[in-house]
Design a protein around this ligand. Structure first.
Ligand code: ZN
Length: 451
């Protein structure tokens, strides 16, 4: 039982809300209720977000790539450094890093994560004895933190547009379609070790790392569940795909794949107006990662055009250079303001920017993960976050202004409690396994740097 002084229900704000959670789901909601002995008491209860895009191992290289070397640094020079880093990681280190990342996400207010998992093999490219060894390390990190996991094993077959062979830095990622199918089946079998809200999807890495025939083959065997793909992060990527396939990436994908509400297009950054409109109409979720997109110099998303067309979106922390839900949402809005020299951009028509961003990302993120979540409603998963509306950053605000305060004026420290499908993982602002996870992470990073 959870008792909240204030709660954002599907119909709006309510006071003195008593929530019953059973089997990970919200089974009953009473408003204007009395708290009872044994209830977990919180100030303000919100639906918790799903983080729709993460490569957890990249967290350990945060801060290592911000030094300007001779010549011009770009996404592609960053990627070379990431490849050098990934070639040193052991399975134990990947698990320890993922646990820290998932813990930080929960403390920031994310109840669930879609892990876009592309490191599969040993350095050099030989598979582990268990093909799904590294996926199972991600599962172990999810178990340790109790986060809701949507696991996305990645199909990564080629080194670049035109089906060129994998490069030296990409050997750990590679699978052809047949071995990928075996990996997915092994990942599916492993799901039995996770709670029932865990999900499995697939992720063709990008158009540049697959081929039209391979993509069609993989999609033909994918019965149901999320499909995520990196789509148009960099102008060079758009040019390469156009030169190879004769169309821009989003344009090509929408014309050649059955893109629908199961799909999430990560970094739909570089789109024409026609692509923006067509993508919004497809029902797919735009997977936006504003902090990473700013860090990597990707460019801003076409927010106004996409929202006007009714497009679904959510946010992810991608490279995990910083894990902060509030920072992610405000960077999304600020990227739009800086480009347009305008204020309050990410709203179609009139309304609260904070509410549009938070509630849009809650429903879009849950859709992208295949989770019945994103709103506080009977029957939904109990993906819930409690914040302290009496904190100095928020105490002057009305309920109607609270999400604006959360997005623009607060830090993640206002989060007091978090439940992932009813699992109460953050209490008093701290993850319940923090004292085990942080030392294990420090040890893993020390071994990594010494290795
Ligand atoms: Zn990514």
């Amino acid at each position: 039982m959870i008792f909240a002084k204030h709660a954002l229900l599907e119909a709006g704000w309510a006071e003195n809300v008593r929530l019953t959670v059973s089997d990970g789901k919200i089974s009953h909601i009473a408003v204007q209720a009395q708290a009872q002995a044994g209830d977990v008491r919180v100030d303000t209860l919100l639906p918790a977000l799903s983080n729709l895009h993460s490569h957890s191992f990249q967290r350990a290289m945060a801060g290592m790539t911000e030094y300007r070397a001779a010549g011009r640094d770009s996404f592609w020079t960053w990627r070379d450094l990431m490849y050098a880093f990934v070639n040193r990681l052991t399975p134990e280190q990947m698990e320890a890093i993922a646990a820290l990342v998932f813990m930080e996400m929960q403390e920031a207010g994310y109840a669930a994560v879609a892990e876009f998992h592309y490191v599969h093999h040993q350095p050099g490219g030989a598979p582990y004895a268990d093909l799904a060894e590294l996926s199972k390390r991600i599962y172990a990190a999810a178990s340790a933190t109790q986060i809701g996991l949507t696991h996305l094993p990645v199909l990564y077959t080629y080194g670049g547009a035109g089906a060129v062979p994998l490069g030296a830095g990409q050997q750990r990622f590679g699978n052809d379609v047949d071995r990928f199918a075996r990996l997915v089946e092994d990942c599916r079998a492993g799901l039995a070790d996770l709670p029932p809200d865990a999900r499995l999807g697939i992720a063709p890495h990008s158009l540049r790392s697959t081929s039209p025939a391979d993509l069609a083959a993989v999609l033909a065997t994918h019965a149901a569940g999320p499909v995520h793909i990196h789509i148009a992060e960099q102008p060079q990527e758009v040019r390469d795909i156009e030169a190879w396939l004769g169309a821009r990436p989003v344009e090509w994908l929408l014309a050649h794949a059955p893109v629908n509400a199961d799909w999430c297009l990560i970094h739909a950054t570089h789109m024409t107006e026609a692509e923006t409109l067509a993508m919004a109409r497809s029902g797919a979720v735009a997977g936006l990662c504003p902090v990473t997109e700013a860090n990597l110099g990707d460019g801003p998303f076409n927010g106004p055009g996409y929202l006007a067309a009714g497009g679904a979106f959510g946010v992810g922390s991608d490279s995990n250079v910083l894990i902060s839900l509030t920072e992610e949402l405000r960077t999304l809005e600020y990227s739009q303001r800086l480009r347009d020299v305008a204020r309050n951009v990410m709203v179609a028509g009139e309304g609260s920017v904070g509410a549009t961003l938070y509630q849009g990302a809650a429903t879009g993120g849950a859709q992208a993960l295949g989770r019945a979540a994103g709103a506080i409603r009977t029957g939904m998963l109990a993906d819930l976050v409690a914040i302290d509306s009496t904190s100095p950053a928020l105490c002057a605000l009305t309920r109607a202004q609270l999400l604006d305060g959360l997005v623009f004026a607060a830090k993640d420290g206002v989060v007091t409690d978090l439940w992932s499908a009813g699992r109460h993982a953050v209490r008093g602002g701290r993850h319940i396994a923090r004292d085990q996870i942080v030392p294990a992470y420090r040890q893993a990073v020390a071994a990594l740097l010494a290795g």
